[in-house]
Design a protein around this ligand. Structure first.
Ligand code: NCD
Length: 313
């Protein structure tokens, strides 16, 4: 495949194939098996916004597969501060790397970069737009817990307006006939154009400004951080800060197999007492970023993941 900008770049079959390949790569991600499938390949990491998990898991994924990584590093120490345009930066790195992982504060920047580059672009988040590689690791985590993606009831909670992870994830889950509940404070609702688009595709969606009422029926509760950096006005942020938080007390009557997910970083949406419950999955979810990005890097670079990895029966 070429670039991965939105989930539309992957068919349902592609999604399952990548998740299957990711599963086979688990022992490689853990470092138990050495498999240099991407030896001699270089990933260019261009992160124009803060990132811990996405940047580091892309880097770990590449290195576990024997590849190398070049980093833009801190924007403040790059030529961006001299006024270099995104177009010029991409044209340069296009010559230095075989694939580029890009995160940028501007919605649409990843598509813009893909149009400028010869090498594939993996969108690591474009403003409040999309975050498809996060969605792949989210799907991996859901499939791992429930054994399937189809027909689940998924509650997405928090900042659905500016949160790009939920924009991409909602698009994907609708394709697998999941029922979605969008729970958010009034000012942070899922954008109308996204809801309408999902409904055109047959989605069953319930919107609510309440979280507790929807937790007990959920198979997945996907919490999100209020995206402070995207608010045009600090006062607007203060009005909603601290709303929608989850503690272990809220989970008393939930389904046995319900999982709590969060793309992280969390601020105050999930109290630490949830970490010890059997429902918490966010740290495994973060680890799953490595395997799924390994599978995506292979696919985007045209390298096949063997059908069988390691010895054993
Ligand atoms: C998310 C992001 O950058 O959109 N983080 C991540 O990639 N794991 C979520 C967030 O920042 O709230």
């Amino acid at each position: 495949m070429s670039s991965l900008i939105t989930m539309d770049d992957l068919s349902d079959e592609d999604i399952q194939e990548v998740l299957d390949a990711a599963e086979r790569l688990l022992p490689v991600a853990k470092g138990d098996i050495h498999l240099p499938l991407l030896q001699g390949r270089i990933l260019g990491n261009l992160f124009f916004e803060p990132s811990t998990r996405t940047r580091m898991s892309f880097e770990t994924a590449m290195k576990r597969l024997g590849g190398e990584v070049v980093n833009l590093g801190a924007v403040a120490s790059s030529s961006v501060v001299k006024g270099e345009t995104l177009y010029d930066t991409i044209r340069m790195v296009d010559g230095y790397a075989d694939i580029i992982a890009l995160r940028h504060p501007r919605q649409g920047a990843a598509q813009y970069a893909a149009d400028a580059a010869e090498v594939p672009i993996a969108n690591g988040g474009d403003g409040a737009g999309h975050h498809p590689t996060q969605t792949m690791l989210d799907l991996f985590t859901i499939r791992q817990a429930h054994g399937r993606l189809d027909g689940l009831r998924v509650v997405m909670a928090g900042d659905l307006r500016y949160g790009r992870t939920v924009h991409s994830l909602a698009h994907a889950l609708v394709r697998f006939n999941c029922e979605l509940v969008f729970a958010s404070p009034e000012g942070l609702k899922m954008p109308t154009e996204i809801v309408e688009d999902l409904e055109v595709h047959g989605a069953i969606i319930l919107e609510s400004d309440d979280l507790q009422n929807h937790i007990d029926d959920a198979d997945v509760l996907y919490m999100t951080r209020i995206q402070k950096e995207r608010f045009p006005d600090e006062d607007e942020y203060r009005k909603v800060a601290g709303s929608f938080s989850l503690s272990a007390d809220n989970l008393t009557n939930v389904k046995e197999g319900m999982i709590v997910m969060h793309p992280l970083p969390r601020v105050d949406e999930i109290s630490p007492d949830v970490d010890k419950t059997r429902h918490a999955r966010y740290f495994e979810q973060a680890f799953n970023g490595v395997v799924t990005r390994m599978a995506l890097l292979c696919r985007m670079l045209g390298v096949e993941v063997p059908a069988k990895i390691g010895g054993g029966a």
